[in-house]
Design a protein around this ligand. Sequence first.
Ligand SMILES: [Fe+2]
Ligand SMILES: [Fe+2]
Length: 315
Amino acid sequence: MLGTTLSTSNFSNGAYGYRETLDASLKVNWKIDDIIGGDKKLDFSKRFMPEALARVEGLTFLNEDEKRVLNQIRGNAYLTIFGIVEEFIVPFVIDHVQLLPMDMDDYKLRAFLQFAGEEVKHIQLFKRFCEEFKEGFATEHKVIGPAAEIGKAVLANNPLGVALAILMIEWMTQAHYLDSMKDDIELDPQFKSLLKNHWLEEAQHAKLDTRMVESLAEGLSEEEIAAGIDGFLSVGGFLDEGLKQQTLFDLEALETAIGRRLSETEREEFVTTQLQANRWTYIGSGMVHPKFQEMLDRLGPEAKKRINEVAPVFA
Ligand SMILES: [Fe+2]
Ligand SMILES: [Fe+2]
């Protein structure tokens, strides 16, 4: 409950144990070469992304092949953008660990270091994917960046706001795989396998991020929580600017790949529909995730109200 400060009991004794999370993580722990390369190739005759995220079906001026090509463009952006996002998650987690007391629980330290190590592995995995995509797709597709600049801008925000944005992203990846990829038998099995393996490790990250937000929020005043929400909204606004640019890059890549320029009306429809699809993919689907909403409940009614007021923009 919200008082002048958030009570310790609201944020201590988190539901996710460090030792259990570490054990789960060590059990999964795949190697990059086990899931990509060799005979594990992308199948460009299939779609990569679920329609719930890609939203290509409504673009009736595209034929079936062109919709598949756009879907694959969205798939390339998806994994590249996740790679970019993970580049700021790594230093944030490491900074968090450095601020922890020297006599902290060994499992806690190992769990967070494992988390950071896995994200670096994911960055490498997504880079490998991008190389394969480039080889197989044949024409150019630009993706926003550079990752270091994006990371610097995000990390300049209020730490609670950044932690909340990361928590939203971690829960979002859970929802994407479980709700719309896992049971879709039309998708390319290799692309799906990358997402499945990513999800298996992200399941632990979402729990550790919850603990990280708990420890950052513990004992904060209402004003400090409000500053965290400002930070979160600022990160969201910054990412949204990136998504506007990405939508234009995707349009350019589609026109190059299909060898024809869309009419002005079609281009407008593309930008409107696809920007909204991108907003839902990278922001909206995380904002409404029940676990993220649960955290907002713990931060107080005002925090929840402010975030839920803007959520429809990203639906
Ligand atoms: Fe990851
Ligand atoms: Fe993660």
